[in-house]
Design a protein around this ligand. Structure first.
Ligand code: ATP
Length: 233
């Protein structure tokens, strides 16, 4: 579904990504883990069309991503939840959700609204509350739910555990698993390697702009180098 082949990218003359190789199949949760500044966010920005790659290729459904605008990619099913969540704080929860459905018909939006209400009942109970009054965990759920309103086939999540307690992170990751079970593939970027590897089907370790290790979530969680560098063991 998604393939990155020797991707290099950066900001101005500063090259951040040196060699990213990654693939994600239909129905998979793939985690991209690595330290602060390794280039995880930059990788997501390259995939969703916000950042032009300087060499290498990114294909989604066999078609190159390069040259297509982020809004075109959203219509094709590639939807990104940025780390800062980018909610509309002074709009209500339901208004935020409906904004996410800007590419869909009214019928599709209603069907997606029912689905996200089922996944996160609190969004139905508190639909008229302003988004800015939500706690960090609730805002993260709202950001993910708003992305689901676009009807993604691939959902890209940038550090969804930011600002959440370990317990809330597990709740959120459990929701990610349920989203995958509905047929949506997930690319999960996380600094929190332990929890990301626990739910990932497969994962990659990113160091200084290059993918250096690949394996199943369980294999990487057992890998000596990963345990020392990222799991504090
Ligand atoms: P974090 O967990 O801190 O978000 P990350 O692995 O996602 O880390 P990136 O945000 O991709 O890392 O940043 C990689 C490098 O690119 C860092 O050195 C960062 O300072 C630099 N960088 C990020 N955004 C920009 C930008 N807009 N302009 C210039 N440099 C940037």
């Amino acid at each position: 579904m998604l393939t990155l082949d020797q991707v290099c990218a950066g900001y101005g003359r500063m090259r951040i990504l040196h060699e990213i190789d990654l693939h994600l199949g239909e129905g998979e949760i793939v985690a991209l883990v690595g330290a602060n500044g390794a280039g995880k966010t930059t990788t997501l920005r390259s995939i969703c069309g916000q950042l032009r790659v300087s060499s290498g290729s990114i294909t989604f459904d066999g078609k190159p991503v390069s040259g297509r605008r982020p809004d075109q990619l959203v219509r094709e099913g590639l939807v990104h939840v940025p780390e800062d969540r980018a909610l509309f704080g002074t709009l209500t929860v339901e208004e935020n959700l409906r904004m996410g459905a800007w590419t869909r018909t009214a019928e599709q939006a209603e069907a997606s609204l029912r689905e996200v209400h089922e996944l996160f009942p609190i969004l139905a109970e508190r639909g008229s509350q302003l988004a800015q009054t939500f706690s960090g965990g609730q805002q993260q759920m709202l950001a993910i739910a708003r992305a689901l309103m676009a009807g993604p086939r691939l959902l890209m999540l940038d550090e969804p555990s930011t600002g959440l307690s370990p317990k809330l992170t597990w709740t959120m990751l459990d929701a990610v698993r349920r989203i995958r079970d509905t047929g949506v593939s997930v690319l999960l970027v996380e600094q929190n390697a332990k929890q990301a590897l626990a739910i990932a089907d497969r994962a990659y370790v990113l160091e200084s702009g290059s993918t250096v290790l690949e394996g199943t979530g369980a294999e990487l969680a057992d890998d000596e180098r990963v345990r020392k560098a990222y799991l504090g063991l």
